[in-house]
Ligand binder design. Structure first.
Ligand code: CP3
Length: 349
């Protein structure tokens, strides 16, 4: 394992570790990607998953938004399905659709055939992290993985899904199969994050993007024990950990029990309310509605000021710190100039 670097002047790392930063840090989920012309140019000649397995491309695409917007953290350019391919699952990322699985996982035999993640299969990710840590200077690098539930949804449905029908049907109707699937995916999530930690990422974020489709009771019974194992296993690495999902107003307390020190909040829940739902001393990340950035600068700056105010109320209500972000990822039609101006505005407030 590399010795992890110390970045004492990073406001992102201070806030994510639950300390008080000297200003509100700002970065964006999906800050790399289709909102940037330099990204689209690179992707014109490389398929999404091919790019994820090319260390030089991963490095360049990760750096693009840092150069352009001066954000306070880089997030590794990859995808939540990368470790699934590294575990031998046949899948692709189809433009404007998302991940598509060649043979969806529906039976005990399908689950038993899932192989553990072979770190060799994701060696380009590890190489990219090493290159990035050297290139980023004082800017911290966030590694990430999909949470077991969100990965399970893609594998069971075979692709993106609105209602997660087959996934929930397995969860409710075949709980032993479900538990075995979640156990295998939890191992893959942990393995993928351990590869990134060994290569030197400064923080990690776990995306349980679709957890909000579950009731609190079902989340607690069928998902929380597995997500808790992810954070319990990785706590020893000593880096800040963030747990994020969409539509999770009812789940924020349970998600915070899973063990991460930072909880990501979508735009539906005020940060000051979120502060009363998570464990005391949790830092909050969020939560500007990404669509606001499509409504022009005047609207964007008003909403941004309101989120900063809300973050202050959250801290007054017991949150350890506020990390400015969107409530979900940057949308492809977003004007990159607005993102750059927004970073400058947050830094000035
Ligand atoms: O945040 C970042 O800048 C890092 C990059 C990142 C990507 N995917 C790159 C990507 C991250 C953190 C992810 C995670 C991811 N992937 C999640 C969790 C986060 C979230 O948004 O909720 C999920 C659910 C996926 C699965 C996935 N991959 C989807 C739904 C899509 C979009 C499909 C589409 O084309 O609309 C992808 C593809 C993907 N992942 C793209 C990028 C930049 C778009 C690929 C392209 O440029 O064509």
């Amino acid at each position: 394992m590399n010795t992890r670097r110390e970045l004492p002047s990073s406001p992102y790392l201070a806030a994510a570790a639950g300390r008080t930063p000297n200003r509100v840090p700002v970065w964006f989920m999906r800050q790399a990607g289709r909102s940037l012309p330099e990204y689209r140019q690179l992707r014109a000649t490389h398929k999404m998953l091919d790019a994820c397995f090319d260390a030089e491309l991963v490095t360049e695409i990760t750096l693009q938004p840092v150069r352009r917007h001066q954000v306070d953290a880089a997030i590794l350019f990859s995808d939540i399905v990368v470790p699934l391919r590294g575990a031998g699952i046949d899948l692709d990322i189809v433009p404007d659709v998302g991940p598509v699985i060649a043979h969806p996982i529906r039976t005990d035999a399908d689950v038993a055939a899932i192989k553990p993640l072979d770190p060799q299969q994701v060696a380009p990710v590890s190489d990219a992290v090493s290159l990035l840590v050297a290139a980023l200077g004082e800017v911290p690098l966030i590694g990430f993985a999909g949470a077991p539930f969100t990965l399970a949804s893609y594998l069971v449905e075979g692709g993106p899904s609105k209602n997660h029908e087959r996934t929930k049907a397995m969860m409710f109707g075949a709980p032993q199969t479900w538990h075995a699937l979640m156990t295998a995916l939890t191992d893959i999530t942990i393995g993928f994050l351990q590869v990134q930690l060994a290569a030197g990422v400064d923080a990690i974020q776990v995306f349980d993007s679709w957890a909000g489709t579950l009731s609190l009771r079902d989340y607690r019974t069928h998902v929380l024990p597995h997500s808790s194992r992810v954070f319990a296993t990785l706590a020893d690495a000593g880096v800040p950990m963030t747990h994020f999902g969409v539509g999770t107003a009812e789940l924020l307390g349970a998600m915070s029990e899973a063990g991460a020190g930072v909880v990501g909040v979508d735009w539906r829940t005020a940060l000051a309310d979120a502060a009363t739902r998570v464990r005391p001393g949790t830092a909050l990340q969020g939560n500007l509605d990404p669509v606001v950035l499509l409504a022009g600068w005047e609207v964007a700056q008003q909403h941004t000021r309101a989120v900063i105010e809300d973050g202050r109320r959250a801290v007054a209500a017991g949150a350890a710190a506020h990390i400015f972000n969107l409530g979900h990822g940057v949308l492809p039609p977003t004007d990159p100039g607005i993102i750059t101006d927004l970073v400058a505005l947050v830094k000035s407030l």
